[in-house]
Design a binder for this molecule. Structure first.
Ligand code: UD1
Ligand code: CA
Length: 452
């Protein structure tokens, strides 16, 4: 089988500098959705016709298994497929897809391709409002006779509600002959792919129609409004899939997955969370409302409270994170670590059972087990030019409002008094503090306002 994806159209109505097929849906370019679905059918040739945004489109989604054909100018869908023909294998079926119809299902395409083994097969749907689409014209016996475009249709034909989704499959051997006979003698002066339906009928090849499971599969994106509508459809599909696997969602309508999410048993996700890249939530993880996770792995039984932001980070099992925690790239937390509100971690490793519960910045640090980091602790890891590491060994206690001026090390079991500015290593099992001695001045009086 060959697959040709038509993606040369401009997408004027997107009002955007980004080529239409590169607009993201569920975090992935429209065209990539179609390519991925096409790949799942294991075609021998996968050919993409591109035009508008030419090289940008190719650069964004290129891969070794794709053949690219530039169509410039765009003279119609028939012209587009004609340019692809030299890249196709003669034998078998050719399936035509649209780069801006992202939610088509592999099962639907399999049915269509199956029907095309000895016929031309068209994917059609009945719409209450068919305006704008090509109509499926049938003879008195109910057989497909041809497709007529809206702009070329008579009043009677426009009343037909069965429309051409544009997705069709047919024997490759007939394709080049029929395409070479297309003319652009029509209302739009375009070479219509749809005209080959009439040719197939004339040649005695049966024309069959198959249908998608859901209308949303064949909806195209021509505007930001349609893009937003399809985003909800895509998200609902993901939500349904997660719930079928046993994930509990507070509200499937308030979930946004812009990548891949893998969940263990008994995961709970509260409302308005955004997941990007590859996110893994192990068994019994609870994600509170409005959390944002990107490329993260959350260990079993961990609880993320509201408004936590986690990117390129690993949380071990039984973590207690947030609310308002920020785990930046390179954060790796072992089991049972607590990270509380307004704590920012970057490129830092915490061993098991350590805690930073309030208002802290810990960057470029290696923290041992059972360490307690007090409120207001800051690693001064950056001197304006270079970054340095802070090491805090097991069982250390870092008093509140401490600055650790890196590179610096806090020994095992050490205690730092509140307010310490640590500029040299703190020895193990010892209290270290840097603090001006407290002074009380007896007999001191507050200044008085002078009365004139
Ligand atoms: C086409 C069909 C119509 C069908 C409709 C479904 C034809 C003649 N008409 O309409 O029967 O109901 O799709 O949406 O086929 N494209 C190219 N090169 C071109 C022209 C189009 O690559 O020269 C691509 C577009 O990027 C798009 C797809 O083909 O992905 C369809 O083009 P579009 O202009 O939206 O379709 P219509 O011609 O309106
Ligand atoms: Ca269209």
């Amino acid at each position: 089988m060959n697959i040709v994806i038509l993606a040369a159209g401009q997408g004027k109505r997107m009002h955007s500098n980004l080529p239409k097929v590169l607009h993201p849906l569920a975090g992935k370019a429209l065209l990539s959705h179609v390519i991925d679905t096409a790949r799942s059918l294991a075609p021998q040739k996968l050919c993409i016709v591109h035009g508008h945004g030419g090289e940008a489109v190719r650069a964004a989604v290129d891969a070794p298994d794709l053949a690219w054909v530039l169509q410039d100018p765009q003279l119609g869908t028939g012209h587009a497929v004609m340019l692809a023909v030299p890249f196709l294998t003669e034998a078998g079926t050719t399936l035509v897809l649209y780069g801006d119809v992202p939610l088509i299902r592999a099962e639907t395409l399999q049915k269509l391709v199956h029907a095309a083994r000895d016929s031309l097969a068209i994917l059609t749907v009945e719409l209450t409002d068919p305006s704008g689409y090509g109509r499926i014209v049938r003879d008195t016996a109910g057989r497909v006779a041809r497709i007529v475009e809206q702009k070329d249709a008579t009043q009677e034909e426009r009343a037909i509600r069965e429309i051409n989704t544009g997705i069709m499959a047919l024997p490759t051997s007939r394709l080049s002959e029929w395409l070479s006979r297309l003319s652009n003698d029509n209302a739009q002066r375009e070479y219509y792919l749809t005209d080959i339906v009439g040719m197939a009928v004339a040649a005695g090849l049966p024309v069959r129609t198959t249908h998608p499971l859901a209308e949303s599969e064949v909806l195209g994106v021509n505007s930001k409004l349609q893009l937003a509508e399809l985003e909800r459809v895509a998200q609902r599909r993901i939500a349904d899939h997660l719930m079928e696997q046993g994930v509990r969602l507070a509200d499937p309508a308030r979930l946004d997955v812009r990548g891949e999410i893998i969940c263990g048993r008994d995961v709970f996700i509260d409302v308005n969370c955004v997941f990007e890249g590859r996110v893994v939530l192990d068994e019994a993880v609870e994600v509170g409302p409005a959390c944002v996770l990107k490329n993260a792995h959350i260990g079993a039984g961990s609880r993320l409270s509201a408004f936590s932001h986690i990117e390129d980070a690993i949380v071990g099992p039984d973590g207690v994170i947030g609310p308002f925690a920020r785990l930046r790239p390179g954060t790796e937390l072992a089991a049972g670590v607590h990270v509380g509100n307004f704590v920012e971690l970057k490129n830092s490793k915490f061993a098991a059972q350590s805690k930073a519960n309030h208002l802290a910045y810990i960057g470029d640090a290696v923290v041992g087990s059972r360490v307690n980091i007090g409120a207001g602790t800051i690693t001064c890891n950056y001197d304006g030019a270079n970054k340095y590491q802070t090491i805090i060994e097991d069982d250390a206690f870092i008093g509140s409002d401490t600055q650790l001026v890196a590179p610096v090390k806090v020994g095992r079991g050490a205690t730092l008094g509140a307010g310490t500015t640590l500029t040299q290593d703190a020895p193990a099992d010892t209290l270290t503090l840097s603090r001006v001695r407290q002074l009380s001045v007896s007999g001191w009086k507050r200044p008085q306002k002078s009365n004139k």
